[in-house]
Design a protein around this ligand. Structure first.
Ligand SMILES: C[S@@+](CC[C@H](N)C(=O)[O-])C[C@H]1O[C@@H](n2cnc3c(N)ncnc32)[C@H](O)[C@@H]1O
Length: 277
C-alpha cells in the first residue's frame, strides 16, 4: 500500500468514527487504529458497501443499527480456561485470599460469549466459594451477551476446553459441568445461578460495582494507550482494598497512573493487587 492510499484510508476511518459518534453516540475514538481499520473494512465488504465512506454514509443516514455496528466491529473471540496457567494462578494465589471475605463480588468486563465467566464459576465452585459470590459479567456487544446468557456452545470446542481445564488444575472432568446434546453442550444451570450478565460500555460507562476481583482479559489490546489508562483507573476505582485485577497476557498496567496503587502478584499471569493501605 502506498503512503497516499494509507493516508486516504486513515482519513476514511476517521470519518467513519465521526459518523458512529454523531449518529449513535458510539465513541470509537480510543480504539487502536490498525485493528479497527481492518474490522471496519470487513464490515463494509460484508454489508455490500463499495468502501468505508459508503458505510459511513449508511451510518449517517440511520440505515445501520448501533447493535449491528457493535457486533460487526467487536471481536468476541474467547474460550473456556483460555491460557490455563492464568486460571491455575487464580486458583492458587487469588481464591484463597478471596475466601477471607464473607461476600465476594467479581466484575468480569468484556465477557464476550461467556466462556471465561463460566470457567471462573467452575473455579469458584471447586474452591467452595461459589455460593458466596456474585459475579457481574459485562460487555457492550448485546449479541454476545445473549449467547453468554444461554450458556450453549458448540460441542466441537469441548475437547480443547477439557484439555485447558485439566491444565488449569481442574479437580474433576469438564464433562461434569455440562450436558451434551447433538452438536451442542449446555452448561449446568448451577453455574449460572450467581452470574448476572449486563450491558456496559467501558469507554462511556462508569465504575460498574465495587469488587474483590476485576477480570478483564484481551479487551485493552483493542484500545489506544490513553483509553487503556482511563479504563485501568476505572478498574482500580472498582477494587476494594486488597482486591485483585487480572488482565490478558498481552496487557499490562505498566505506564498507567493506576499502577501507582497496584502491586504485581503474578506478573506472568498479569494479576495485580490493590495495596491494602
Ligand atoms: C477478545 S474478547 C475477550 C473475551 C474474554 N475476556 C477472553 O479473554 O477470552 C473482547 C471483548 O471485549 C468487548 N469490548 C470491546 N470494547 C468494549 C467496550 N468498549 N465495552 C465493553 N466491552 C467491550 C468485545 O465486545 C468482546 O466481547
Amino acid at each position: 500500500m502506498s503512503d497516499d492510499t494509507g493516508a486516504l484510508q486513515a482519513a476514511a476511518l476517521e470519518r467513519f468514527i465521526d459518523a458512529a459518534k454523531r449518529r449513535h453516540g458510539l465513541d470509537l475514538s480510543g480504539y487502536a487504529r490498525a485493528s479497527l481499520q481492518r474490522r471496519v473494512q470487513q464490515m463494509a465488504e460484508r454489508d455490500g458497501h463499495a468502501d468505508i465512506d459508503a458505510l459511513s454514509a449508511a451510518v449517517e443516514a440511520g440505515a445501520t443499527q448501533v447493535d449491528h455496528l457493535i457486533s460487526s466491529l467487536s471481536v468476541p473471540v474467547t474460550e473456556m480456561f483460555r491460557n490455563p496457567s492464568v486460571f491455575s494462578a487464580l486458583r492458587e494465589m487469588v481464591l484463597p485470599m478471596l475466601a477471607s471475605w464473607p461476600h465476594i463480588t467479581i466484575w468480569q468486563a468484556g465477557c464476550a460469549t461467556g466462556e471465561e465467566v463460566y470457567s471462573l464459576a467452575i473455579l469458584l465452585h471447586e474452591a467452595g466459594l461459589y455460593d458466596r459470590c456474585q459475579i457481574f459479567a459485562t460487555d457492550f456487544n448485546e449479541a454476545a451477551l445473549a449467547k453468554a446468557q444461554d450458556g450453549i456452545f458448540p460441542a466441537r470446542d469441548a475437547r480443547m476446553w477439557s484439555q485447558n481445564y485439566q491444565r488449569a488444575g481442574g479437580q474433576a472432568s469438564l464433562g461434569d459441568y455440562y450436558h451434551a446434546a447433538y452438536d451442542h453442550i449446555r452448561l449446568d444451570a448451577r453455574l449460572k445461578a450467581n452470574i448476572h450478565f449486563a450491558h456496559h460500555n467501558l469507554v462511556t460507562d462508569g465504575v460498574f460495582c465495587e469488587a474483590q476481583l476485576v477480570l478483564c482479559r484481551n479487551v485493552l489490546i483493542y484500545f489506544n494507550r490513553e483509553l487503556q489508562h482511563q479504563v485501568l483507573q476505572r478498574f482500580r476505582d472498582s477494587l476494594v482494598r486488597g482486591g485483585y485485577l487480572c488482565l490478558g497476557n498481552r496487557e499490562s498496567i505498566h505506564t498507567a497512573p493506576a499502577a501507582r496503587d497496584l502491586v504485581a502478584v503474578d506478573a506472568d499471569a498479569r494479576i495485580y493487587r490493590l495495596a491494602s493501605s
